[in-house]
Design a protein around this ligand. Structure first.
Ligand SMILES: Cc1ncc(COP(=O)(O)O)c(C=O)c1O
Length: 312
């Protein structure tokens, strides 16, 4: 994938930063891979370029086609961006359960956005199923291609470089890698890249306590965008995961606000959840160890929403 044009060349090679003030004395080091610096502000750019370039190389799509996906916004924005640069159109099936600014971001990159109504703004499994069925029906038309963020192996492969970049940045390796799970692709793909680099940290998957699908199979409404939607995340391989932990969503949102104010790290709810868990793990491990987690996206998309304006 060399010779990528336009903004495609700016995907990846993001900074890995060590937390300072938020980590208590005597705890392990906590490092965060800051993915908000990708062109659309999230790690989803990595999977979008992998999926569409691989489909192009196979001859499954060509310029002028329409890419279709159901999305909470981050994947949709990334697919809209990459589709546009490759001369394709993009249609997103979206919902009012997600930030309106994510809809606007998709539209800024040229997407057509269709809205599937939620019940009281809650992200639920039932809503995701309705969105999926609608996007499959659209993708059935000639000249349309379903990106398949929950099934395509190119999605997981798109995150291999993220693992390799972490390995290259950390001399001496890491003890634990933890990440919240939506499809599980970012977590598993990063682990693949770490493994390719000869590193084998303990892997801990994370989910919001309000929708403990992975630990109990019970789905609940929650407000951490991008994660905890499917009972059986398609890319999550439990055989390589040491454990799954739950984090209360209010802790995740509080961590977002503290990250912005005390560390200068501006992220969304999944980043707050990842860091809250990473600090817990660092306290348990103690000094002399290292925990790495993901700063999934940039917080700008969440301004005016419940995370940064909790009383609005
Ligand atoms: C903001 C955000 N964080 C985390 C995730 C989870 O990533 P993955 O689907 O690779 O598990 C997503 C996925 O949509 C997301 O949009």
């Amino acid at each position: 994938m060399d010779m990528l044009g336009g903004g495609l060349a700016a995907i990846g090679n993001t900074p890995l930063v060590r937390l300072g003030r938020l980590v208590p004395d005597g705890a392990a080091e906590v490092w965060v891979k800051l993915e908000g610096g990708n062109p659309t502000g999230s790690y989803k750019d990595r999977m979008a370029v992998s999926v569409l370039m691989s489909a192009l190389e196979r001859g499954d799509i060509s310029a002028g086609d329409t890419i279709v996906e159901f999305t909470g916004g981050s994947t949709g924005t990334a697919l809209a961006f990459v589709s546009g640069v490759l001369g394709m159109k993009f249609t997103a099936v979206f919902s009012d359960a997600f930030s309106h600014s994510k809809q606007q971001a998709m539209e800024a990159f040229g997407a057509t956005v269709l809205i599937e109504k939620s019940v009281d703004g809650a992200i639920t499994h039932e809503l995701a199923e309705r969105m999926k069925q609608r996007s499959l029906a659209i993708a059935d038309q000639p000249g349309h291609y379903y990106a398949d963020q929950f099934g395509s192996p190119d999605v997981r492969a798109g995150y291999h470089p993220m693992g390799r970049e972490i390995a290259a940045a950390l001399e001496g390796g890491l003890d634990v890698f933890c990440a919240a799970v939506g499809t599980g692709a970012a977590m598993m793909g990063t682990l693949d890249g770490l493994h390719e680099s000869g590193l084998a940290p303990d892997a801990i998957a994370l989910e919001p306590a309000e929708s403990p699908l992975l630990t109990t199979g019970v789905s609940g409404g929650h407000k951490v965008e991008g994660i905890a939607v499917f009972p059986d995340p398609p890319f999550l391989d439990r055989s390589v995961i040491r454990e799954v932990r739950t984090v209360a969503q209010d802790r995740a949102f509080e961590m977002c606000r503290r990250l912005a104010r005390e560390e200068g790290i501006f992220g969304g709810g999944s980043t707050g959840l990842n860091v809250a868990a990473a600090i817990d793990i660092a306290v348990e491990l103690g000094a002399g160890h290292r925990v790495v987690t993901l700063g999934c996206d940039n917080g700008a998309k969440y301004i005016g929403g419940h995370i940064y304006s909790p009383t609005a």
